[in-house]
Design a protein around this ligand. Structure first.
Ligand SMILES: CC(C)(COP(=O)(O)OP(=O)(O)OC[C@H]1O[C@@H](n2cnc3c(N)ncnc32)[C@H](O)[C@@H]1OP(=O)(O)O)[C@@H](O)C(=O)NCCC(=O)NCCSC(=O)C[C@H](O)C(=O)O
Ligand code: MG
Length: 286
């Protein structure tokens, strides 16, 4: 399944050091998993997490859920070894933290190019620094670029802004990253909601992310999955309309027409593209 034609509603972080959580994720109804070696793992646990995660990836069992491995930055004591270990696992995607420029991605892409097991590996960028936000357009076009994950905690910390509520102080960064992702034709997944026991707060933030145009939300706890899937899934009426739009357009095309009419409204190429995204978002991935 291509990145643009698969759902990215629920993207769950799992600490690479936690065997129990790595096991549990095999049965969770999430669209994607981020196996984390970075912030979810304490400095003293980094080496252990690397090995625990490599073993879990060898065993597999994560079904059709998309799999991303978040490594530590190359400017940290752990990044180099993370990259070696992760490349040997031939991952679907590597998630780079704190990406500031397209060159950060290009240098990892060059390493992947030289590794025989990583021909298909994509690179995703954590968009969580002010430099990254201002370079978002070029990062979205970087080699092997698979998608953006917004890191609202790091962004808020660097900006020095207040978090919570309507996220107004983050809005410029969220929208800039989203627009850059759209320009590059890649998915953009919203940041985490830290208060994982606050269901109403999570729902409100998911709804806001959906209204902004985000493809889904990153999560930190299994209890957040159901609400997130519900909010980011299209309604049955939206799915039905999307199906009918595609059918109507294909029928019109077969008769040499470039435009169809459905329920008194025109259906053009761009509506069909949106309809296909609706259907992609409707599909689960377990
Ligand atoms: C937040 C937690 C530390 C809570 O852990 P815990 O108290 O152990 O939770 P529970 O006892 O309620 O767990 C119940 C069961 O669920 C499993 N579990 C918990 N979390 C996960 C998970 N993330 N994935 C899969 N499974 C999970 C437990 O193992 C229990 O299972 P069982 O025993 O079978 O019932 C914890 O949830 C946690 O560590 N979450 C992840 C935190 C994390 O990844 N943080 C880093 C990512 S966020 C980030 O970095 C943001 C970004 O960079 C930015 O800048 O914004
Ligand atoms: Mg972060």
């Amino acid at each position: 399944m291509s990145a643009t034609h698969r759902p990215w509603r629920s993207v769950l972080y799992i600490p690479g050091s936690k065997e129990r959580a790595l096991e549990k994720a095999r049965g969770l109804d999430v669209d994607a998993i981020i196996f984390d070696l970075e912030d979810a793992v304490a400095p003293g646990e980094k080496a252990n997490a690397r090995e625990t995660l490599a073993a879990a990836l060898r065993v597999g069992g994560y079904g059709s859920r998309a799999q991303l491995v978040r490594m530590n930055g190359m400017d940290t004591p752990w990044g180099g070894e993370d990259l070696e270990t992760v490349m040997d696992a031939g991952p679907q995607a590597i998630l780079l933290p704190k990406v500031g420029a397209a060159t950060d991605v290009a240098s990892i892409a060059a390493r992947l190019d030289a590794h025989p097991g990583c021909a298909e590996t994509r690179i995703w960028a954590m968009m969580e620094t002010t430099r990254g936000v201002f370079n978002a357009a070029e990062i979205a076009q970087a080699p092997r670029m698979g998608g953006f994950i917004i890191g609202t905690n790091d962004l808020a910390a660097e900006l020095g802004c207040e978090t919570g509520g309507d996220r107004m102080p983050l809005m410029m960064a969220l929208q800039t990253c989203l627009a850059a992702a759209r320009m590059g034709g890649i998915p953009c997944v919203d940041g985490v909601f830290n208060a994982f026991k606050d269901e109403d707060g999570l729902r409100a933030e998911c709804e806001q992310g959906r209204a902004l145009g985000m493809d889904g939300k990153t999560l930190i706890h299994p209890a957040q999955v159901a609400i997130c899937n519900e909010v980011f899934s299209p309604s049955q009426a939206q799915v039905d309309t999307a199906r009918r739009q595609i059918e109507a357009f294909e029928a019109a095309e077969a008769q040499g027409q470039g435009v169809a009419v459905l329920d008194g409204k025109i259906v053009e190429n761009l509506h069909v593209a949106t309809a296909r995204k609706v259907l992609a978002r409707a599909g689960g991935a377990s």
